[in-house]
Design a protein around this ligand. Sequence first.
Ligand code: C5P
Length: 307
Amino acid sequence: MNATTAVTVRVPAKVNLQLAVGPARDDGYHGLVNVFHAVSLFDEVTVSAAPDLRPGTAALSVDGDRPDHVARVPLDDGNLAARAAALLARETPTATGVRIHLSKAIPVAGGMAGGSADAAAALVACNTLWGGGVSRTRLLELAADLGSDVPFPLLGRTAVGTGRGERLAPVPVRGTFHWVFALAEGGLSTAEVFAEYDRLRPDAPQPRLDEELVAALAAGDALRLGAALGNDLQRAALSLRPGLGAVLDVGRDAGALGAIVSGSGPTCAFLVGSPDRARELAAALRDSKECADAVIAHGPVPGATVV
Ligand code: C5P
């Protein structure tokens, strides 16, 4: 039998349907109620054994259609995908050194958890490459150690995250929702957006799940979902990047059912009623010149999958 020499994992981006942010905790993180929704923008992460590298160490490479986004991906051992390989190697006796290739379609530093998705994919890919010894439950724990948004792409679909966002429970969804994402020039730092949130909202209340949003998802009702979308970080993202207000206005004026900043931004997310409406809205966004580009996706989709 040939040993597996390369494993590719496909992993989705997320948009936050509700992002309710509480006051800063003693550890610096914020208590969240975070409704994650996996959408059909996928990165592919390919891991191959590199006998020339020490076990648990990684050499990274990256490609993608958007040179400005590819240029923002760190290729040192601070990359979350490299840290994922190192963390998993600590509990895998068969671990090797690895080459990790990231093929990016998820916006980089865009508020769609692309780096977290790559880390989740690296966990699954390395676990498969090294013999699959670590349980799914343990992978979810390792993911939470890597970052608040890393467990969700292991699950995919739609889920609510509590704590700092890493404690997940699936949320039932009927049917498929159609989305358009407006990409921005340049990224935003999640930590800086949270810091701006603290400055603007020193008196934030404890976050609570929006039951109307949950009901809209269960009913598969895009009109209700559009009205219920909410992101407490939006004001902070707009404060740091005022031009996003015009992007949201273009989408609203073109008939989006809901328009929000995705996570910590600067990507903006628009919910529409059909694939045709998505194509029209994407064209309107591109024509407006208020954003760098617009891409279409649907959700929910499954989490990290070996291909
Ligand atoms: O968990 P992660 O490393 O992805 O978080 C990145 C940054 O986002 C944190 O350093 C923190 O500043 C902020 N954050 C937060 N509260 C959370 C999640 C993230 O303040 N629940």
